[in-house]
Design a binder for this molecule. Structure first.
Ligand code: CAA
Length: 256
């Protein structure tokens, strides 16, 4: 479910499950962890680009897999996501997310693990979880607030609204928006300009910048996993996810 290629000193990792808009299931999380560990050990790679196949970057965690999870399984799923996503974020080399399309839920959260996000004009961002009866569970509650201002983060998380690439640019969620056909060349040029700089200095600069960003992040991610887990087995979670899977309209939420 992942494709990997190297162009000189730049690695390109593509989430490749286009039939499900690259939705992330447990198997994909484990594959991601293994691949990122391999990339971390390859000293010839100086910058990584993350992107998605087809019309999505990643359309979220796999709703079909989450639908029937117990609270305990929800916790484990959240922690499994944290393990893989944190591995991406903790890469010593810079990571650029080239957001080619939908970056929803876990997709927006994966992009947030990158150091730089650039978006195609077609990209769309959202944290739609509260409309599915759950909270963001792969770091959205922690990384979005550390990336954009609190009002914007809260608005995205509490309304579940989808924002355009342009709006994402205005709020500082991405640093550039380019036409879709220019996305990969722009990402590659950016990656090559980073890779041409002194590797130890680049690595140390990233580590230095990340200090304040990452303070207490691990504890906060664990707290997120507990709150995420608590939403499972509720009537609202079961109803909303079943409606998505069955392609039927949701009924009203009951708070149960
Ligand atoms: N999980 C599982 N399957 C998904 C999926 C997801 N998150 N997103 C899309 N798919 C599947 C669809 O079920 C569909 O499969 P079939 O062809 O087998 O029916 C296929 O991908 C194509 O999707 P659509 O037919 O829905 O495509 P569309 O163009 O009509 O709509 C979309 C695109 C608006 C992105 C819509 O697919 C959608 O709303 N997806 C769900 C987005 C979402 O809510 N993501 C958040 C998940 S929760 C989360 O991520 C929690 C967390 O933090 C851990």
């Amino acid at each position: 479910m992942l494709l990997y290629e190297k162009k000189g000193a730049v690695g390109i990792l593509t989430v490749n499950r286009p039939e499900a808009l690259n939705a992330i299931n447990s198997a994909l999380l484990d594959e991601l962890y293994d691949k990122v560990s391999e990339i971390a050990a390859d000293e010839s790679v100086r910058c990584l680009i993350l992107t998605g196949s087809g019309k999505a970057f990643v359309a979220g965690a796999d709703i079909g897999e989450m639908k029937d999870l117990s609270k305990q399984e929800g916790y484990e799923f959240g922690m499994r996501g944290h393990r893989s996503f944190t591995a991406v974020e903790n890469l010593e080399i810079p990571v650029i997310a080239a957001v080619n399309g939908y970056a929803l839920g876990g997709g927006c959260e994966l992009a947030l693990c990158a150091d730089i996000r650039i978006a195609s004009e077609r990209a769309k961002f959202a944290q739609p979880e509260v409309g599915l009866g759950i909270t963001p569970g792969f770091g959205g509650t922690q990384r979005l607030i550390r990336t954009v201002n609190r009002a914007k983060a809260m608005e995205m998380i509490l309304t579940a609204r989808t924002v355009s690439a342009q709006e994402a640019l205005e709020m500082g969620l991405v640093s550039r928006v380019v036409p879709g056909e220019e996305l990969m060349n722009t990402a590659l040029a950016l990656a090559e300009s980073i890779a041409a700089n002194a590797p130890v200095a680049v690595r140390n600069a990233k580590a230095a910048v990340r200090r304040s960003y990452a303070r207490e992040l691990n504890e906060d991610l664990e707290a997120e996993a507990k709150l995420f887990a608590d939403c499972f087995e509720t009537e609202d979670q079961r109803m909303a996810m079943t409606a998505f899977v069955n392609k039927t309209p949701k009924t009203e939420f009951k708070g149960k």
